[in-house]
Every structure is written in structure tokens, then in C-alpha cells.
Design a protein around this ligand. Structure first.
Ligand code: NAD
Length: 352
């Protein structure tokens, strides 16, 4: 790839994936980005049907030849009978593993005019503008695990939680860098009052903080963070946390915002490489009907420009266009409106 090439893999996937991805692609193309090249590849159930695998080698090759991936969604209930390694969802896990995607970024923002859609009080919801940085490759999900029978005959399940210091350091840097690009506030969430893993986490985050003197670092126990996210979410800017706590808190923060059709995410590798996708799935119930809200995927494309190509201005332009379309009253079915996928894409393009 030449230095000025902007090669992006587009993996649309299943269900509403192709519909929402098409709108995000239109938005990227409308920006007239120099050197933009979009390369399509098969993932998920669509890839299984064509190649016999949800993440075929040719798709991985495309991914490796690009600077970032724009991902739609995977999931196809008609393939749920397949053995686990062949199910559509394995495409995401495979890409994470093969490409070393270790940091998950999930912004949560309440767009103007949508304050009433969350279950929080509108004046509380209006203040939400935060980013959760979650470690993706470690923690209790990846530790040794098993079930055993104790001497007294009782069955016991166990999962080992651990973080090595380099794993914490790496995600801490991601958190501090993200904070530097926003309002320079980072809250590290752990359970250091009870867990040794968390004590090490906290110690390492404090060490890394010395390299970011401009960032104001705070620490919060995860139980309190869960409460504060609904009590006063406006206090947070960037939150950095481990895999388990981040899994739960990022879903909680998403719901504080109100709609699944507006939520973007990024999974980043070391350096600038990343995979960008809406947090929703393939929504088989509305697939192929032009009803899906493409805004989450369009906002994922904005994250892609920001994190993988350093194009902050273009990213902000897309985000502003989505905000403008919403302010003009454009609403997908997920927001209680009747606008279809293409009409929403048109409105965002017009606002650009
Ligand atoms: P889902 O997110 O696909 O859908 C949940 C509900 O939200 C549905 O009613 C759907 O119609 C609605 N919805 C989702 N996105 C929408 C959009 N953009 N606009 C309007 N409405 C939208 O979750 P699910 O139904 O639990 O899962 C469906 C499939 O997706 C499953 O196979 C699941 O494994 C898969 N999945 C994939 C990913 C991914 O690709 N990363 C993530 C979650 C689920």
C-alpha cells in the first residue's frame, strides 16, 4: 500500500449488513477522499454459503491488504445448526484474533432532539457524550477455565481472571490517547478493593499516566461506575476498563443513549489498524426491506476516518451531518419514525 493510499475493506455480511453498509459507502465516496479505494469481501453467513467458511482466506487477505475494515453485521438464524466454528458470528472473533484487535471503542452520545428516547430523564440524557475503551483480548474470558467435582461431590465451575502488565499498559495508552483527542479526562474502572487483577490494573494505569501529564486521571470501582452511568453520565468523558467490566458497562451506556441504530464501534489493533462496525446485529426481522437505520454504520465510517486515517475533520463532518439530519426530524423505525434506509442515507448526504 502506498503512503497516500486509502484502502478500506468493506465486509457487509448478512441481513441488514449490506443495506446499511451501502449507505456508509455512499457517504465515504461523497467526501472525495484522495486515494480512496474500497475493496469488498465476504464474511458471515454470506461467506459460508459462497466459500464454506464465515471467514475465508481470501477475506483475510483483503483485510490484511487494507488500512481498515468497514464491517456491517453477521448472523443468520438459518445457519445456527452448524458447528460453532462455521457459524456466521465466528467471522468477528476470527478477525479480532487474526488482526490483533485488542481495544474496543464505543462512543455514546445523545443527539439533540433525541433526549426523550432514552429511559433516563431527558435533562440527564442530554449530557451524555462519552467513550468507553474496553480491553478485548484478556481478562476472565480468556483465562483458564473448567468445571470440576469437589471432594464432597459438589460440581464447581471456575474461570481465571488475570491481566499481565503489558496488556494493561497497551489498553491504558489507548485510553489516554483517546482522552487527549477529547476533553482530557480519563476514568479507569476496576474493582481494586477486592481483586488483585484490578490492583495491578490500577498500578499500571497510574504508571502510564506519567506519560500523559495533561490528562486528568480518576479511578472508579465498577459497581459505582454502573450507578454513576445512570445517575450522572455527564460526568464521564473517556472510560478505560477491562474486558468483563467493559462488556457490561458498554452495553449499559448504549442503552442510556436510546437507540441501537445510532451506535457505532471500533476495534483497534496496535498502530492505526481497526475494524469499524455498528453495535447492532444483522436484524433478520427487517432485513431486505429497506427499513434499517444506517446511521450507526455511517458513524462507524466516521470513526474509521478518525482513528485509522487521522482525518478528524472529515469524521466530525460526518457526525455533524448525522446530527443535522436528526435535528431536521429524520427518523428510522428504531427511533419511532418511518424513514427508510435509503432516505436516511440521502438525508445525511444532503446534510454533508
Ligand atoms: P439485532 O441487533 O440484529 O436486532 C435487535 C433488534 O433491533 C431487532 O428488532 C432489529 O430489527 C432491531 N435493529 C437492529 N439494528 C437496527 C437498525 N440499524 N435499524 C433499525 N432496527 C434495528 O440483534 P439480534 O436480533 O439479537 O441478532 C440478530 C443476529 O445478529 C444474530 O444472528 C446475532 O448473532 C447477530 N449479531 C451480530 C453482531 C455483529 O455482527 N457484530 C452483533 C450482535 C448480533
Amino acid at each position: 500500500m502506498s503512503a497516500d493510499a486509502m484502502r478500506i475493506a468493506v465486509f457487509a455480511g448478512d441481513g441488514i449488513g449490506p443495506e446499511v453498509t451501502a449507505e456508509a459507502v455512499r457517504v465515504l465516496q461523497a467526501l472525495d477522499l484522495p486515494g480512496l479505494e474500497l475493496v469488498e469481501g465476504d464474511v458471515g453467513g454470506a461467506a459460508y454459503r459462497k466459500h464454506g467458511h464465515p471467514l475465508p482466506p481470501e477475506t483475510l487477505e483483503i483485510a490484511r491488504s487494507c488500512g481498515a475494515i468497514l464491517f456491517g453485521a453477521v448472523g443468520d438464524f438459518s445457519l445456527d445448526h452448524l458447528e460453532r466454528r462455521l457459524r456466521p458470528e465466528q467471522a468477528v472473533l476470527g478477525l479480532r484474533k487474526e488482526l490483533g484487535l485488542f481495544a474496543n471503542l464505543r462512543p455514546a452520545t445523545v443527539f439533540k432532539g433525541l433526549e426523550d428516547l432514552t429511559t433516563l430523564r431527558p435533562e440527564v440524557a442530554a449530557k451524555i457524550d462519552l467513550l468507553i475503551v474496553r480491553e478485548l483480548n484478556g481478562d476472565v474470558y480468556f483465562g483458564e477455565k473448567g468445571t470440576r467435582t469437589l471432594d464432597d461431590g459438589r460440581r464447581q465451575g471456575w474461570d481465571m481472571m488475570s491481566y499481565a502488565e503489558d496488556e494493561v499498559r497497551r489498553i491504558a495508552h489507548t485510553g489516554f490517547k483517546a482522552a487527549m483527542g477529547r476533553s482530557k479526562k480519563l476514568c479507569s474502572v476496576d474493582k481494586a478493593n477486592v481483586l488483585e487483577t484490578s490492583q495491578l490494573w490500577r498500578d499500571v494505569v497510574i504508571e502510564v499516566a506519567r506519560e500523559y501529564p495533561e490528562v486528568e486521571l480518576s479511578h472508579m470501582y465498577v459497581d459505582n461506575a454502573a450507578m454513576q452511568l445512570v445517575k450522572n453520565p455527564g460526568q464521564f468523558d473517556v472510560i478505560v476498563t477491562g474486558n468483563l467490566f467493559g462488556d457490561i458497562l458498554s452495553d449499559q451506556a448504549s442503552m442510556c443513549v436510546g437507540s441501537i441504530g445510532l451506535l457505532a464501534s471500533a476495534s483497534l489493533a496496535e498502530g492505526t489498524y481497526g475494524l469499524y462496525e455498528p453495535i447492532h446485529g444483522s436484524a433478520p426481522d427487517i432485513a431486505g426491506q429497506g427499513l434499517a437505520n444506517p446511521m450507526a454504520t455511517i458513524l462507524s465510517a466516521a470513526m474509521l476516518l478518525r482513528h485509522s486515517f487521522g482525518l478528524e475533520d472529515q469524521a466530525a463532518r460526518i457526525e455533524a451531518a448525522v446530527g443535522k439530519a436528526l435535528a431536521q426530524g429524520v427518523r428510522g423505525g428504531d427511533l419511532g419514525g418511518t424513514d427508510g434506509t435509503r432516505a436516511i442515507g440521502d438525508a445525511v448526504l444532503a446534510a454533508l
